[in-house]
Write a protein that binds this ligand. Sequence first.
Ligand code: GAL
Length: 660
Amino acid sequence: MRAANINTITVGVFAWAALEPEEGRFEFGWLDDVFERAEKSGIRVILATPSGGKPNWLAHAYPEVRRVGENGRRDPQQWRHNHCLTSPVYRSKVREINTRLAQRYGARQPLAMWHVSNEYLGYCYCDLCMGAFQSWLRARYGTLDRLNDAYWSRFWSHTFTAWEEVQVIDSSIHGLSLDWKRFMTAQCADFLRAEMVPLRKHSPETPVTTNFHTIEHYDYFRLAEEIDVVSWDSYPDWHADPDGLDESAVAAETAFRFDLNRGMKGGKPFLLMECTPSQINWRDVSPLRRPGMLRLSSLQAVAHGSDAVCYFQIRKGLGGAEKFHGAVIDHAGHAQTRTFREVAAVGATLEKLPGIVGARVPAKAALIFDWENLWAIDGARTPQNKHKEYRETCLSHYLPFWKRGIAVDIVSSRSEFSSYDLVLVPMLYLLPEGLAERLSAFVAKGGTVVATYQTGYVNETDLCFQTGAPGPLSELLGIRVEEFDALPDSSRRSVIPRDSAGHGLSGDYEARHFLDIVRCEGAEALAEYGGDFYAGSPALTVNSFGSGRAYYVASRNDERFQDDFFGHLAGRLRLPQALPGPLPPGVTAHIRESGSERFLFLLNFARRESAVSLPPGGWSDVDTGEPAEPDIRLGAFGARILRSPAAHAQHTKNLEAPNP
Ligand code: GAL
């Protein structure tokens, strides 16, 4: 590990059967040995609690600990992440093993952090979970009348007449499906808190994380509230086409996810807890990472706010489902491999970056991503069921900024907006209570909001607003949505800028999938539809509200629209760019800054050489320590990191003049 420039290890994930081979018989000798050797080598330990996979003896002695599927069947004890979050037996067994770990290792010198469980995910439908859900509903609604009103459950005669009748098998009641996911999030947060009790007690100084794998099961913003540090496992599909010349599409999606993890704790740095040093083995085809890609993708994480680059796994196991998953060390246990050399080189670069730890990504733009909204959109049955694409829509609103080296925080709808100049609100179909007021206050004070089609349809229990869309946002946006057209796959309608509009728009654009027919109630139309019976009706509007502006994008537009409109808006708002001017295709630029230093990351996701010019400012190359040349060349999949004293910080800020 020292030879690979690895200074921190994660130990104990899924190690329960090795720690407690039989109920009540514990074996810590091997872990003591790991701690001793780590201490001697100056390596820090991130110690995991083992609850992500349970031993066979436990599953067989106490069947209640096994998860029950939606089909009512109990897991026969296969794979992992298959425990019930409610089971008192499981919770007590977890508390016991966690207590022993915390007592034994909580004060050991190499311990850097607790890593609770592994990638919490999934739902359990056992009787214990159902009972807990019913109690949770009772606490939330108080009476069945309130629950029935909130769920509109008289529809199809689904009125609930006893709490015990509430089951989650019925996806026709959308509020119920949402509450189930909220409950499972709450149950997971509660389980996580319970796991942490002994860790906090016996090891109060040690920070706690749990590795997220941000998928749709829980509201990860809620889980993040429980832990000290956010960490994430990143497995992008690099080189899906190994002959491809540009990995920008994957890079953008990965960047979005990094920014989401940074947004989980108000912009605080996170940890890249897992990535593969070479291949994965669970997609249909997983090409090797091409030379340079390990360094590039690792530094991408750091550029977006990660304070670490950790790999899964140190060495390939000889058997089991992950024996062909990439590792720092192969089955053949030596260091003479390309992967090992590349890992060592990344470590060597990171060793030159001690000042990056804690450094922030300065973002003046935020994009609201909301899990409850994702669930609501997924569950909804609307005229457009085929192309809902909430995540893709968020990404398409993030892209124009990412391409320009403009930092965007991906934030929850519960976030504080006052530090931003721009808040993007793509497809916020479910409008959380109070958000319209908070966005209005933000705009009134001079902020800019851009909301899109499919925003403001339902409240938190998935009931439609009686005012129609965009619900409580209509005053801020100065519009009402009268109808929306849903277009099938290949249909397009043109969007035409109005003559006097400006706003960076030129020529006709194409809209697809969603087209709102909007009535302006105070807003001004900047573009209109060019075809169909709604030709001439507004496709893009702006409303002045207090000292700020609120835009409404009424249709799902093509990439050129996204680029023109949002690129212009970014310039007009003088959002800080990492580098002035346009970046070459495939190249991105990012800034992190601490009180004393700025770091500029230049990343080339294209398989061709590129060059960018640096603004003046005392830049030096992190790897060589030499002053940086004014024109920086980036090789294919190349990455450079430059640093400058914070005194020069202003040189890269606000360089883009407002575009008339
Ligand atoms: C992660 C998981 C690891 C390993 C890895 C393989 O999701 O936490 O244990 O399975 O995937 O890519």
